[in-house]
Design a protein around this ligand. Sequence first.
Ligand code: EPU
Length: 301
Amino acid sequence: MIMRASDEHWLPDGTVLRNEPLSSHTTFGIGGPADWFVRAETVRDVSAALVFAREQGVPLFILGGGSNVLFSDAGYRGVVLTLAGELARIDFDGVRVTAGAGALLPRVGLLAGKRGLSGLEFASGIPGQVGGAVVINAGTRDAWIGPLIDRIRLCNRDGEAYQMARDEAGFRYRGSDLGGEIVLGVELVLSEARPEEVRVKSQSYRRARTETQPVGTRNAGCVFKNPQPLSAGKLIDELGLKGFRVGDAMISPVHANFVINLGQATAEDVRRVMAEMKRRVRESYGVELEPEVVLVGVDAP
Ligand code: EPU
């Protein structure tokens, strides 16, 4: 289907899908159909999708790697936009890396490491794209992407590209002021190191992840932010909730801040599991857990 999105630009054949199951685009494997699913390869495609959504009078949601999101079982009544092609390019210039929002973050880290550039080792094994990682300031307990960023390229809702310096983005633990913005890409500044050092460091991050997290299962990473300085996983574990299950959604026996989809879990199953985690932690510790996973059309747990 060829979609006319504006007088100036048509989205090419194959980039627009109707009633696309979002379960195919999320690591949770959960989510009903999106009315429209657009794969944008250029800034012009992005602006065409924005114009189209406006013409249809529907909302537009930007989906990154789908690794930190829970869509409702009803799906999305609007346009879900993903970035690829030109918007997933990775270019190097000395210690500067220009990465499109659609590029896979661990791939940027891997290519950087091979060139003797250090800084992204923590991203080894994080299954997300650059854009999503920037918006949620993705990282580990002690390292995240924000400090590596020099400039961010964005696009406003009128389809016009603009730039922002790191300091304007409001980076904080697992958050920024960029929610709802369309990130097109970033310029990162890394530091020089020996490729072997970077490789070893990346490997140790990957190993730690494999040993402490349910790698290889269908999940969306940690479902709650850590109530600093505490660890949500530790609190939930201490309450004996590992293995707690609603339908096919279960608290991972490996890491208590992960909910895993055993096969046919619905968004509602996951929401109910999260509600139980939140309720028990509130009652026992007086701590209010805040979701880390982005909920789309799903009620707050
Ligand atoms: N712990 C338990 N039981 C559990 C889980 C953890 O006792 O079921 C204990 C651990 O033994 C450790 C402490 O809790 O003493 C902290 O655990 P961990 O090192 O696994 O770190 P975390 O705080 O649970 C954070 C990030 C992860 C990131 C890891 C590794 C958040 C919400 N989580 O987890 O990020 O991978 O550090 O650095 O900030 C994500 O963002 O999706 C995510 C998984």
